[in-house]
Ligand binder design. Structure first.
Ligand SMILES: NC(=O)c1ccc[n+]([C@@H]2O[C@H](COP(=O)([O-])OP(=O)(O)OC[C@H]3O[C@@H](n4cnc5c(N)ncnc54)[C@H](O)[C@@H]3O)[C@@H](O)[C@H]2O)c1
Length: 247
């Protein structure tokens, strides 16, 4: 059920962190990987890991916030692999600050990558999926898009937008057998959360019923479920992967 043999998966922002963990998880399930990040060479490490699992991996430099870059990238991927079965919109950034101090540039930058990037990649990849009458799109949102967070108005708005966008895409594409779901991670152990001081980390853990930060693999497991036929009857849903922080 959790297998992706003969499937082609595209993961944006897959140079490191969650994107790399997701790419490896999908490769372990048998998928070939189109790996994208701002520069093609940034995904070479991930590509080596995918190839070590016996799967094909190709690297692409794509700026998800730029329509031309996305169109060129998706065209190249479809030419190289012949199709895209799974799209994981993972690329994302933060530019935190309280509303009083948040600049228009910081607002635009976060919305452009997180929300517009998800729109552009989905629009470019969905044509092929609709034609082949199959495909799954998994958008990486955040619990912050469900609950808000002081200092993250831009990020919260972008991830809330990703959730609403996912539901709409699910409704528009379901008649072509293309599914679209969102994953909302909580605090996941990455370079970002490791950098927080111990006091802050302990305070955060008090908010998590399972009393630990998530691992990138915890998120990757849920993405694999949503990418595979194990979730054939699941579309338009948001699965929080947050140790119970949001219920
Ligand atoms: N780490 C967490 O705790 C956490 C929690 C909730 C949601 N998320 C979401 O998960 C996703 C991955 O987060 P992460 O922690 O692995 O972050 P990260 O910063 O480690 O990785 C993000 C990747 O996206 C790439 N990227 C940034 N802008 C891009 C662009 N314009 N075009 C293409 N690639 C671009 C970066 O180069 C990087 O490789 C993001 O969407 C983030 O919002 C993370």
């Amino acid at each position: 059920m959790f297998e992706l043999n003969d499937k082609v998966a595209l993961v944006t922002g897959s140079a490191r962190g969650l994107g790399q963990a997701i790419a490896i998880k999908l490769a372990e399930a048998g998928a070939d990987l189109a790996l994208c990040d701002l520069k093609a060479e940034w995904v070479e490490e991930t590509a080596e890991k995918v190839k070590a699992l016996g799967q094909r991996a190709e690297c692409y430099g794509v700026n998800v916030a730029d329509g031309e870059s996305v169109a060129t990238g998706i065209k190249a991927i479809e030419k190289d692999f012949g199709k895209i079965d799974v799209l994981v919109n993972n690329a994302g950034i933060t530019k935190d600050g309280l509303m009083m101090r948040m600049s228009e540039d910081d607002w635009d930058a976060v919305l452009n990558v997180n929300l517009k990037g998800t729109f552009l990649c989905t629009k470019a990849a969905m044509r092929g999926m609709m034609k082949q009458r199959s495909g799954t799109i998994v958008n990486i949102a955040s619990v912050i898009g469900l609950m808000g967070n002081a200092g993250q108005a831009n990020y919260a708005a972008s991830k809330g937008g990703v959730i609403a966008f996912s539901k709409t895409v699910a409704k528009e594409l379901s008649s072509r057998n293309v599914r679209c779901n969102a994953v909302a991670p909580g605090f996941i152990r990455t370079a970002m959360t490791d950098a927080l001081d111990e006091d802050v980390q302990n305070k955060m853990k008090e908010l998590i019923p399972l009393s630990r930060f998530g691992e990138p693999e915890d998120v990757a497991n849920v993405v694999l479920f949503l990418a595979s036929d194990a979730s054939a009857y699941v579309t338009g849903q948001v699965i929080s992967t947050c140790g119970g922080m949001v219920m």
